[in-house]
Ligand binder design. Structure first.
Ligand SMILES: NC(=O)c1ccc[n+]([C@@H]2O[C@H](COP(=O)([O-])OP(=O)(O)OC[C@H]3O[C@@H](n4cnc5c(N)ncnc54)[C@H](O)[C@@H]3O)[C@@H](O)[C@H]2O)c1
Ligand SMILES: O=C(O)C(=O)C[C@]1(C(=O)O)C=C[C@@H](O)C=C1
Length: 304
């Protein structure tokens, strides 16, 4: 593949930026990849594993002459970082972000960026429960969605160019309105994380169970919850604080459904439980058949 941006600057060298660096370098999509990290420890690790062509401790130097700047910090830090880099951006540069929430990032970042800078917000729907520079891997985005939420006055050629980069690192790209993005992600990612955090918290409260039995007899369902609940606390604190309304809306609906099932159990209404689980099984099978769950062990065989 050919170079799409001569110089890329990654701000915040964690799981997502690290994976982007490895993927861009593997595919030859960037002339040079520069990275900025606040902590000396992160910079040392990034150097040790050869994540970027150059690692900086000064964000203004990192973004200088960059054609693409990627903000890969927690959602709550995006505004401060944008304010810090704004005076040092190359005229005509593209700034994107990878935050899990879109409207609040747009509100926090856009006002800081000078005229002539192309801000194109984005969100890769790919991740793991691990964080930091060592967590990155080049194939993270392969066959995953990467949503872009361009502003109404976005430059079409610049959006198309960023889409080429995203496709180049293996993802499928789609454009979406930021408010709609935040509602969809509240359903598919944010509320499920909150439920996982809560379930693991409940087990923890039942100390007599956690001390031995949960670990010893941990079945697949609970194990999946513990994986999700091991995700980065700063990142997820920021997600909930910045996608408050959509998460509260979905959480309200979740609670209503939970009460319906709770009542069915209390009343011994097996038919209702069976009907409900039949519907949810069909949803899972639909995802597998659409080829949207490449992690599933039975992927491609149409079984859920
Ligand atoms: N982890 C996921 O599954 C996932 C998936 C998609 C998108 N995202 C989003 O990507 C972004 C980065 O997430 P990640 O998983 O790579 O996190 P990470 O914790 O692995 O990396 C984030 C890095 O940003 C640094 N940082 C924090 N505040 C900073 C600041 N003010 N200035 C400079 N650096 C700062 C941290 O020290 C850390 O090194 C977040 O906005 C997150 O919502 C995460
Ligand atoms: O697989 C995981 O560990 C994830 O939680 C990844 C996940 C998700 O919910 O799918 C988490 C947050 C992101 O913003 C995007 C992806």
């Amino acid at each position: 593949m050919s170079v799409i941006y001569d110089r890329v600057a990654l701000i915040g060298l964690g799981l997502i930026a690290g994976s982007m660096a490895l993927a861009m370098r593997e595919k030859g999509l960037a002339g040079q990849v520069h990275g900025y990290a606040r902590s000396a420890e992160t910079r040392d690790v990034a150097r040790e594993i050869g994540l970027c062509d150059a690692i900086h401790n000064d964000v203004s130097v990192a973004v200088k002459d960059a054609d693409l700047v990627v903000l890969a910090v927690p959602v709550g830090a995006m505004g401060d970082v944008a304010a810090e880099i704004a005076p040092h951006l190359k005229p005509g540069a593209v700034v994107t972000d990878v935050g899990s929430v879109k409207q609040s990032v747009i509100d926090a970042v856009a006002p800081h960026l000078p005229e002539g800078i192309h801000f194109i917000p984005g969100h890769p729907l790919a991740g793991t429960e691990h964080s930091g520079p060592r967590a990155g891997f080049a194939s993270l985005f392969r066959n995953r969605w990467w949503l872009l939420t361009p502003l109404p006055d976005a430059d079409e050629a610049q959006v198309a160019r960023l889409e080429d980069l995203v496709r180049g690192i293996g993802a499928n790209v789609e454009r979406m309105d930021p408010g709609h993005h935040d509602l969809v992600l509240a359903v598919t990612s944010h509320t499920p994380h909150l439920i996982a955090y809560t379930m693991v918290g409940v087990a923890d409260h039942l100390r007599r169970v956690t001390d031995e039995e949960v670990i010893k007899y941990s079945a697949a369902g609970f194990r999946d919850f513990t994986r999700i609940a091991a995700s980065d606390p700063t990142m997820w604190r920021d997600v909930f604080l910045h996608n408050r309304e959509a998460t509260l809306d979905i959480l309200g609906r979740f609670t209503e459904e939970l009460f319906v099932l709770q009542r069915a159990i209390r009343m011994g209404d097996g038919q209702q439980l069976h009907d409900y689980f039949t519907r949810t099984r069909a949803i899972r099978r639909g995802i597998i058949e659409a080829g949207q769950d490449t992690d599933a062990p039975d992927f491609g065989r149409g079984k859920g």
